[in-house]
Design a protein around this ligand. Structure first.
Ligand code: BJW
Length: 241
């Protein structure tokens, strides 16, 4: 699909999901052995679950935040950073992931639509603060001092971050690429239809076809650490033509 196309592509929007971080050692959600087999989604990823049992939810996210110290970006994260640096047009990376592997891999233009493990949200004053420590001991909010911090992540029923900016980018991109996401969760699962209806070419890179696979012009299957660097190499070599 890239033949004769890259010369015209000026704006790329890339959506990533848990699959891009799987080979770094971070569990996905819906694969065999994934997080939703280990924990009930209603208990740990909804505002109602947090209201019922905050200790459980804070411990779940404390454990995942601490685990970031033991993982590193893989070749897929690094390849997307290379694309951002070397592609002559615009590259916007929208991630559903709450890990920081894109940033540690070298990407700068990243929107975390489902929040971030290394951030805390105060339910009293609504400030988002960078956060590296445990939340389980109910530390005070650095701004208003209320002991009301929660993980700064987007749970089911909550509005994802940066939606206006993302939809603006989907309106004007020439190429939309989805990497390592099952396409099971909205609004991210609807981005391909949005981009396609605005005229973008749509490419999926994943281990297996996602739920919305038929909406993509092309699907390339394989581990992200292999298919993403190969695709980036192809884009950059064709952009030079
Ligand atoms: C590899 C690989 C390798 C593995 N290489 N690939 C009915 C219809 C439509 C919508 C709804 C509905 N009922 C309710 C809704 C809305 C709801 C929703 O979508 N529910 C669905 C269950 C249907 N959505 C919401 O509530 C969202 N908010 C919302 O809609 O607000 C209203 C709104 C209206 C209009 C506009 C905008 C908004 C909020 C969703 C919040 C999701 N939160 C979570 C938790 C975040 C915090 C945390 O990390 O704990 O986000 S849930 C979880 O799923 C997490 C992920 O970001 C998200 C997506 O998962 P992802 O990344 O796709 O992972 P997996 O595991 O599903 O897939 C991994 C993929 O990788 C697989 O395909 C593998 O094959 C692949 N893979 N190894 C390449 N090595």
């Amino acid at each position: 699909m890239l033949d004769g196309l890259m010369a015209q592509v000026e704006r790329i929007v890339i959506l990533t999901g848990a699959g891009i971080s799987a080979e770094s050692g971070i569990d996905t959600f819906r694969d065999a052995g994934g997080l939703w087999e280990q924990h009930r989604v209603e208990d740990v990823a909804t505002p109602e679950g947090f209201a019922r049992n905050p200790d459980l939810v804070l411990a779940f996210y404390d454990m995942r935040r601490a685990a970031l110290a033991d993982v590193a970006p893989n070749p897929a994260h690094r390849a997307l950073a290379r694309l951002e640096r070397e592609f002559p047009g615009e590259v916007l990376l929208v991630t559903q992931n709450v890990d920081d592997l894109h940033e540690r891999g070298g990407s700068a233009n990243v929107l975390h639509m489902h929040g971030a493990l290394k951030s805390a949200l105060c339910t009293a004053c609504e400030t988002r603060s960078p956060w590296l420590e445990s939340l389980g001991a109910r530390p005070p909010c650095p701004v208003c001092q209320a002991p009301s911090l929660r993980p700064d992540v987007v749970w089911f029923g909550e509005m994802p971050y940066e939606m206006a900016r993302i939809y603006r980018a989907l309106e004007s991109c020439d190429l939309f690429v989805s990497i390592g996401t099952s396409g099971a969760v909205y609004p991210a699962a609807g981005f391909v239809a949005e981009a396609r209806s605005n005229g973008a070419r749509c490419l999926e890179l994943n281990l297996e076809p996602s739920e919305g696979s038929r909406l993509f012009h092309e699907t390339r299957l394989g581990p992200a650490s292999v298919v993403v660097p190969a695709w980036v190499e192809e884009v950059l070599s064709r952009a030079e033509d």
